[in-house]
Design a protein around this ligand. Structure first.
Ligand SMILES: C[S@@+](CC[C@H](N)C(=O)[O-])C[C@H]1O[C@@H](n2cnc3c(N)ncnc32)[C@H](O)[C@@H]1O
Length: 380
């Protein structure tokens, strides 16, 4: 197998030559014997910044593939001590070993094991879960691999299960029922956090989301574990249900899981959950990420990363987002521009989840007034 070198962040990584595994001029990273996806570079860049703030003493890169994540953490994220690289694929293990050596890592171990089995045997400060598709089968063991007050990083690409598009897999993987809501991209992230919270609670741990976001076709999040049954109980109190009124579009979260009518217009509501109803991000952690941006100026994606962090900071004080297209179609009027909506509401921001979405602390009647005013503006 021919290997080629790519450079990402401060790492030089050997990957199987994509040209050898292309089909009819096309290439999908899943066709390669060892997985490397350049579309995940942004995920890794933001993760490197987040891990640099955690500055863990020990790291488990539970699904390493080429080893790129763990190697980047070692070179760019102030890891104090050991990094364990793991993959069940024997060809990965050969490539990880070469990459670890070529990048001069000294305190590292390369293991070939099933991730769940290994995660029940080790204790580290930070574990990274980056599977194909759903992280659900790995969450329990991932949490169990952590020392007291440890940290978990998770990628999820199974958006149709998380957002409620595929109802059967939502129930199977996340115990989530109901269906897809207009703010489905935020709903998916909240369903994933709820699942992590329940897996943590079984192990008498609470969770604190530090940074969590949607991008492209995946979710990425970091949570801190807070040990103790009381912390677990307090975390479970943050689980609830997401609602959207079919008539007026009012969207809200509640610990009451049996609401049938909209508190604003008494229309029928649609629901989805269980879902996390607490904050998606920790303000202090986001501020630290923002402060760190200048030290990562060498990353080609740093402008995008900075924009994302700014957006998460601006969005953090608001609850669920609304979509201008959905509300105006319910009202059977033309869709106003986003710029008009933000100015009209005054207390509102765009959301990174969706270019058609905004978050606001204004009431649904004020939102509808602005939609109406914006629509009239378009017509004159
Ligand atoms: C999406 S890739 C990881 C990508 C890598 N973290 C990166 O940033 O480039 C998923 C990897 O998990 C490995 N894998 C899948 N199931 C596993 C399991 N049960 N135990 C260990 N490794 C597993 C696959 O072999 C594959 O290399």
């Amino acid at each position: 197998m021919k290997l080629v070198e790519i450079i990402e962040g401060k790492a030089k990584i050997l990957i199987p030559d994509p040209a050898q595994f292309s089909r009819e001029g096309k290439f999908d990273p899943a066709w390669s014997p060892v997985f490397y996806n350049p579309r995940m570079t942004f995920n890794r860049d933001v993760s490197v910044i987040a891990v640099s703030i955690i500055s863990p003493s020990s790291v488990l890169d539970a699904m390493s593939a080429t080893g790129i994540r763990g190697i980047r953490y070692a070179l760019e994220s102030n890891v104090k001590d050991e990094i364990i690289f793991n993959d069940k694929n024997p060809i990965s293990i050969e490539i990880i070993s070469k990459n670890v050596k070529n990048n001069g890592l000294v305190n590292s171990k390369v293991v070939k094991s099933d991730a769940n089995s290994l995660m029940h045997q080790v204790k580290v400060e930070y574990t990274d879960l980056d599977p194909f598709g759903s992280p659900a089968p790995f969450l329990f063991a991932g949490i169990s691999s952590l020392r007291r007050r440890g940290y978990l990083g998770v990628t999820a690409t199974d958006l149709s299960a998380l957002e409620g598009k595929s109802k059967t897999s939502s129930i199977r993987k996340y115990g989530a029922s109901g269906g897809k809501l207009s703010f489905s991209r935020e709903a998916g992230l909240r369903v994933l956090l709820a699942k992590i919270a329940r897996e943590a609670a079984v192990q008498e741990k609470g969770i604190k989301p530090l940074v969590s976001f949607y991008n492209d076709y995946y979710y990425r999040l970091f949570v801190r574990m807070d040990d103790g049954a009381k912390k677990a109980d307090a975390t479970l109190e943050k689980l609830g249900t997401l609602y959207e009124c079919e008539a007026c579009g009012y969207s809200f979260m509640s610990q009451d899981n049996c609401i049938k009518k909209c508190p604003y217009c008494s229309g029928n509501v649609r629901r989805f959950g269980p879902a996390w109803t607490g904050e998606l991000n920790d303000q202090e952690f986001l501020d630290k990420m923002k402060e760190r941006i200048p030290s990562f100026s060498y990353l080609p994606n740093i402008g995008r990363a900075s924009k994302l962090i700014e957006s998460l900071i601006a969005e953090n004080k608001y609850e669920l987002y609304y979509r201008t297209d959905v509300l105006s179609s319910k009202m059977k009027i033309n869709m106003p521009t986003m710029e008009f909506m933000i100015n009209c509401l005054g207390n509102a921001v765009r959301t990174h989840f969706d270019p058609r979405g905004f978050k606001t602390s204004r009431s649904i009647s004020e939102v509808r007034e602005c939609i109406k005013a914006g629509s009239t503006n378009l017509q004159t």
